[in-house]
Write a protein that binds this ligand. Structure first.
Ligand code: ZN
Length: 371
């Protein structure tokens, strides 16, 4: 069976087919008279992707009477990477994968791939993001605070600059951001917001540790909309909030952690497995930066995200964009508050706050459900 460039989303895969293909009618979409390629000839392009997964193992991933975790391989790959285009006939997805791996089975000495088994993430068992973050976290919190002396973590950090480069983005000079502060206290008497000079980063001596900054080193936390800026200071109903508009005074070179997947095209990338691991670490950092500071938690909890932020700063970037956990907008932390200037400040009142909730019920384990 043959497929064509229109079957896929990946620019690298499309290019590969255009280069190696022959003109024919595609078996998987309605394209005719187009460059096509035998599905089996794409195996080498697909194998790094397939190698990101392994079959769930009894005794490790699940026990005798449990339903194994995971999904069949075509579904796992399709869900995680959305490789097929809208033109592709999804009823033929399993045919596609059968053709892809059968060739491999017959022509080389590989073990047959059990497409319809239960597939889960990772080749190795210590490959998960949780382990990665926990290792870094434990090392910084319990062993070394400022210098890494652990080979595995050093290895990951030495690769991280490449992952950072792929999340790099530039924000043009003149772009507007917002920063909010609850108050001032006499807002309902004077109807005036804080003055511009009081809307920037706090002075050194008053700087508390944040998600990104260590105590005593002020960073400027901004948002891309007024509502996100207001949500981030978690005001109460009826509170007055001053919102400053800041304008970038030069081109800002930043890391953008708001994308869900930082690998937009998984085909034709060398060392895909390493990239996935590095990106997992960045996704975790993104999550850690988004969550509001919990005053009852020890300052030590924020050391790992402060460390990674310092690592990013050290590579010459101006800041990090990360999602807001309190609003649908984005936040940006800038390491130097002189990169923007506050142009005006306006006073707002919080008219209403909506909380959404759901009842917490203890999750029953898979084991109990299937016994
Ligand atoms: Zn096609």
């Amino acid at each position: 069976m043959i497929c064509c460039p229109n079957c896929f989303n990946s620019p690298n895969l499309k290019e590969h087919i255009l280069e190696k293909g022959f003109t024919d009618n595609c078996d998987f979409c309605s394209s005719i008279d187009i460059k096509c390629i035998e599905v089996s000839d794409l195996y080498d392009m697909f194998s790094p992707l397939i190698n990101l997964y392994r079959e769930a193992e009894r005794g490790i991933d699940y026990y005798d009477n449990d339903e194994p975790p995971g999904e069949n391989l075509p579904d796992v790959i399709n869900h995680d990477w959305e490789i097929f285009s809208e033109e592709f006939d999804y009823d033929k997805m399993n045919d596609f994968f059968e053709e892809l791996v059968n060739y491999n089975y017959h022509s080389k000495d590989f073990e047959p791939i059990n497409l319809y088994g239960f597939w889960v993430d990772g080749n190795e068992l210590d490959y998960s993001v949780e382990n990665l973050w926990d290792d870094l976290s434990d090392h910084l919190k319990k062993e070394r605070r400022f210098i890494i002396s652990n080979e595995r973590i050093e290895n990951i950090l030495s690769r991280l600059p490449f992952a950072l480069e792929r999340t790099y983005t530039e924000i043009p000079a003149g772009t507007e951001f917002y920063r909010a502060r609850v108050g001032p206290d006499d807002a309902d008497e004077k109807w005036r917001p804080f003055p511009r000079k009081e809307m920037g980063a706090p002075p050194l001596e008053k700087t508390q540790g944040g998600r990104a900054n260590p105590p005593g080193i002020p960073f400027l936390y901004l948002a891309n909309s007024i509502s996100t800026a207001i949500s981030e200071v978690r005001p109460w109903k009826g509170a007055y909030v001053s919102v400053g508009m800041f304008r970038a005074s030069e081109l800002l070179k930043v890391i953008d952690l708001t994308g869900l997947f930082y690998i937009s095209d998984p085909f034709g990338i060398s060392e895909l497995g390493f990239l996935v691991e590095d990106n997992a670490l960045l996704r975790r950092l993104s999550k850690e930066l988004s969550e509001p500071i919990n005053p009852s938690k020890s300052q030590v909890e924020y050391v790992p995200s402060q460390f990674l932020t310092e690592f990013i700063r050290d590579k010459g970037y101006h800041g990090i964009i990360y999602p807001s956990a309190l609003d649908s907008g984005k936040n940006i932390v800038l390491f130097d508050d002189k990169l923007t200037t506050c142009r005006n400040v306006k006073l707002f009142c919080v008219n209403d706050i909506k909380y959404k909730h759901s009842r917490v019920i203890k999750e029953r384990s898979a084991a109990k459900r299937f016994k």
